[in-house]
Write a protein that binds this ligand. Structure first.
Ligand code: HEC
Length: 189
């Protein structure tokens, strides 16, 4: 079969590399599922904590559970899962240079009319160990998020956030803006 394709390419003068498929559809599907599971688990714990104990209790859930959920899911799926932001609250969630570029491209795509909840990006790069698959999915800011990420945060909420995150950059958002992104990476070899 390969020979036939190569022969056909030669006959048609099409360079064979143009036909080589660089198909990451399986990784993309798995990464989408992984981010949906992460986002779903986080949101349901957040909503439950807000309902039962209000924003202050929910801050503590975000503070302790976000990393735990990411770690459990990463172990389960074999992919590294986390969240990154250009204006991060937790210093561990600061986006690096290539992640900042992706976040900027998400903002541009949103400004040109794409729905922020549907924005994804992926690439595969060579690294010292072989190939690394990278996937990001934008996280839009919803109405619920504004209590802790918006422009009019209640004083007691601000006080608690300042105690836990003295370098907090994650305020001042309005509904529909991109708060950050889910990040999934996976070593392919
Ligand atoms: C009750 C307060 C509260 C609410 C409501 C809230 N967050 Fe957060 N958010 C936090 C805290 C606290 C952190 C830091 C978590 C940590 O330490 O990992 C955080 C971190 C994040 C991060 C990781 C990047 C960073 O800045 O560290 C993202 C993304 C995020 N929140 C998005 C959202 C979205 C989207 C919503 C609405 C669906 C939301 N948050 C609602 C408190 C909140």
């Amino acid at each position: 079969m390969k020979k036939t394709v190569a022969g056909l390419c030669a006959a048609l003068l099409i360079p064979a590399f143009l036909l080589a498929s660089d198909d990451n559809s399986t990784e993309i599907e798995q990464a989408k599922k992984a981010t949906a599971a992460f986002g779903g688990a986080l949101k349901s714990e957040l909503v439950e904590a807000m309902r039962s104990g209000g924003a202050i209790a929910a801050i503590d859930v975000c503070h302790t559970r976000a990393d735990e959920i990411a770690e459990t899911l990463s172990k389960k799926t074999g992919m590294n899962e986390s969240r990154v932001s250009a204006k991060n609250r937790n210093p561990g969630n600061a986006a690096n240079d290539w992640q900042l570029n992706v976040l900027r491209s998400f903002d541009e795509r949103r400004e040109s009319g794409e729905a922020p909840g549907s924005l994804t990006w992926n690439e595969t790069v060579e690294n010292a160990k072989g190939e690394e698959f990278r996937f990001m999915k934008a996280i839009p800011t919803g109405g619920l998020c504004l209590q802790c990420h918006g422009t009019a945060i209640a004083p007691e909420v601000s006080t608690r956030l300042d105690e836990l995150y003295p370098d907090d950059k994650a305020t001042g958002y309005s509904e529909g803006q991109i708060r950050g992104a889910f990040l999934v990476t996976r070593q392919l070899d």
